[in-house]
Design a protein around this ligand. Structure first.
Ligand SMILES: [Zn+2]
Length: 397
């Protein structure tokens, strides 16, 4: 492991503040690292033998109530980096998983897979990052690396370790622990660079919500004149609207919340359709080229899909309870759409969406909260009162 920062470049005057910040941050990170290290118990990691102390908020049962928790993370291996977390945002998936909606869980479990911060330590083999770099982590922390992943993306590889609640024998708690916490250890390949031109707090939601919508939207080949529907305008959906608008497409936003109308129009959507009954779809039958659904509950899939023209794509990215959506086969058959589903995006797409948003000024609409606000924020997400992504300030853990 190396804590050295590259100070060989000549600082420009305009860089002085940033460099001072980086060096301070590096020192703080090192101090934290040293004070946070405790002797490992049973660690066989090839890098350091020291586990990392972390503090965050964990679910302890299926109640959906999180509590403060101090725990140990796995040691920083020779291909790993340690990130001092600055912000982590709240995804609906966090709530579904911790409440056991997708299957039985091991507790305590720290959720959070939209994570940004500063690299505090790097393993001996790491060249992708150095101490002081800005870094982000999404839904995966380890697995296939490089160009040899033959599974169509790291997220489809059998060896992938997802960011929280996933079995990981190197973790002192037996499972991966997520980003509602002060730090995280991640394989270097599974972290992305965060450009200076986007703030940490605005970058965080891109790591899951951003890439989950960006990946299928790219497959739609959006451009001027293409009519794309977005179903469900929450954390994912609002980014889908902004990304599709940025690509020049005509965006039709379908929401059940009338109070979101003005926000959605302000992002450049062409139309906002209030879905207050199944009649809402009639005027749009077969009109759109494609549609993405971010709805994480059971809903009228065939009704929404009926607005897509025959042969167009309808892609499901929201994952409801029991991971199921119920489809009316006749309804779907009658509109002859291509129904498919998509899981997050690969690591290249994750870096791409962060870069794209930084370069094109696409930013999520966020509300920053302290750790004490997490439980209320979860209730707001479930009750459709979030506008539109809660971002936790990790300094408050
Ligand atoms: Zn997510």
């Amino acid at each position: 492991m190396s804590n050295s920062n590259d100070k060989s470049e000549t600082p420009k005057a305009s860089d002085t503040n940033r460099r001072a910040f980086l060096q301070t941050s590096t020192l703080a990170g090192t101090g934290m690292l040293l004070s946070g290290m405790t002797p490992a118990f049973g660690s066989t990691n090839e890098g350091t033998q020291m586990t990392i102390q972390s503090k965050g908020y964990a679910a302890v049962d299926e109640s959906g109530v999180l509590v403060p928790w101090t725990f140990e993370r796995r040691a920083v291996g020779e291909n790993d980096i340690l990130i001092d977390i600055k912000y982590a945002s709240i995804c609906h998936s966090d709530i579904h998983q911790e409440k056991g909606h997708w299957g039985e869980q091991i507790y305590p479990q720290v959720p959070g897979h939209e994570i940004v911060g500063i690299v505090a330590a790097v393993g001996a083999n790491v060249t992708k990052f150095k101490v002081g770099d800005r870094a982000g982590v999404g839904c995966m922390v380890d697995g296939c690396t490089g160009d040899d992943c033959a599974h169509g993306g790291e997220q489809y590889s059998p060896g992938t370790v997802f960011t929280y609640g996933y079995p990981d024998e190197r973790s002192p708690t037996g499972i991966s622990q997520g980003g509602y916490s002060t730090n995280i250890v991640v394989r270097d390949h599974y972290a992305v660079h965060i450009p200076e031109t986007i703030s940490f707090e605005e970058a965080a939601p891109l790591l899951c919500a951003g890439v989950t919508t960006y990946s299928p939207l790219l497959k739609f080949e959006l451009g001027p004149g293409v009519k794309v529907g977005v179903a469900g305008i929450g954390g994912l959906g609002h980014l889908a609207v902004k990304l599709a608008v940025s690509k020049g497409a005509d965006v039709y936003a379908f929401t059940t919340t009338e109070a979101k109308r003005e926000d959605i129009l302000s992002w450049g959507a062409k139309e906002v359709i209030l879905v207050d009954s199944n009649d809402a779809f009639g005027d749009y039958a077969g009109q759109l080229d494609c549609m993405i659904s971010t709805i994480p509950y059971q809903y009228n899939v065939a009704g929404y899909a009926s607005v897509v023209k025959p042969g167009g794509f309808f892609t499901q990215v929201g994952i409801p309870e029991r991971s199921e959506v119920t489809v009316n086969a006749l309804g779907l058959a009658a509109s002859r759409v291509n129904f498919n589903a998509s899981l997050i995006g690969n690591m290249q797409e994750t870096q791409d969406v962060v870069n794209y948003c930084a370069e094109n000024g696409v930013a999520p609409q966020i509300e920053i909260i302290p750790s004490e606000g997490i439980n209320q924020a979860w209730e707001d997400v479930v009750n459709k009162n979030a506008r539109y992504r809660y971002v936790i300030d990790a300094a408050t853990f």
